[in-house]
Design a protein around this ligand. Structure first.
Ligand SMILES: Cc1cc2nc3c(=O)[nH]c(=O)nc-3n(C[C@H](O)[C@H](O)[C@H](O)COP(=O)(O)O)c2cc1C
Length: 181
């Protein structure tokens, strides 16, 4: 699949879900194949720091992370979104990120395109994006930019015009990137 969107909020149809889906909908208009995954309700335990993945090339903890990680390995572009919790990504998103350590050792994700998406009620979204961009950069993704949306109640981000503009810009960079490959 070409573009995989992952929404890290535990709110199935919250603001992060909406923004990630908005990016996917926009690229789909250009005929790009997309897939959406929500981390809501998924059992994604933390990295246990065992370092066994250095030898085994895959995380030794097995839960709902595995199937999503496998889809990520098949994607050309990953759009990863998180709500802002205490000026950073939420725990579920961080668990998801930390567990990708097994792909880091041999840079199995390198060269894919990556977009960071964050939602904040009023502050901290910049750091949320920085954390996601840190993940993308460590894995040597090609950065295709970021989107920060504003909203507190689920659905509120729909009225954030600045975010809608950023969604269209990110979608444009994704389609350009796919066109260059
Ligand atoms: C535990 C918790 C911590 C939060 N911390 C922040 C914060 O630091 N800054 C902020 O602007 N909003 C904060 N929020 C609000 C959420 O970022 C906001 O409601 C966002 O839209 C949630 O996205 P979602 O609908 O995808 O879950 C927090 C919400 C929760 C539940």
């Amino acid at each position: 699949m070409q573009v995989l969107g992952i929404a890290g909020s535990m709110r199935q149809d919250g603001n992060t879900a909406m923004l990630v889906r908005a990016v996917l909908d926009e690229v789909a208009k250009a005929g790009v194949e997309t897939e959406y995954v929500s981390l809501a309700g998924r059992a994604i335990g933390p990295c246990i720091g065992c370092e066994r993945c250095r030898k085994e090339d895959y995380c030794t903890v097995h839960d709902d992370w595995d199937a999503i990680a496998d889809r990520m390995l098949e994607a050309e572009v990953v759009v990863l979104g998180s709500p802002t919790y205490y000026y950073d990504v939420n725990g579920q998103t961080k668990n998801f990120i930390d567990r990708t350590y097994s792909f880091y050792h041999r840079r199995q994700l390198a060269g894919r395109g990556g977009v960071a998406v964050a939602v904040q009620a009023n502050a901290g979204g910049t750091r949320t994006v920085e954390t996601i961009e840190g993940f993308l950069s460590a894995h040597e993704f090609v950065s295709l930019g970021s989107v920060v949306g504003k909203g507190y109640e689920a659905g509120a981000v729909r009225s954030d015009e600045t975010a809608s503009t950023a969604v269209r810009a990110a979608a444009g960079r994704i389609t350009n990137y796919l066109g260059r490959r």
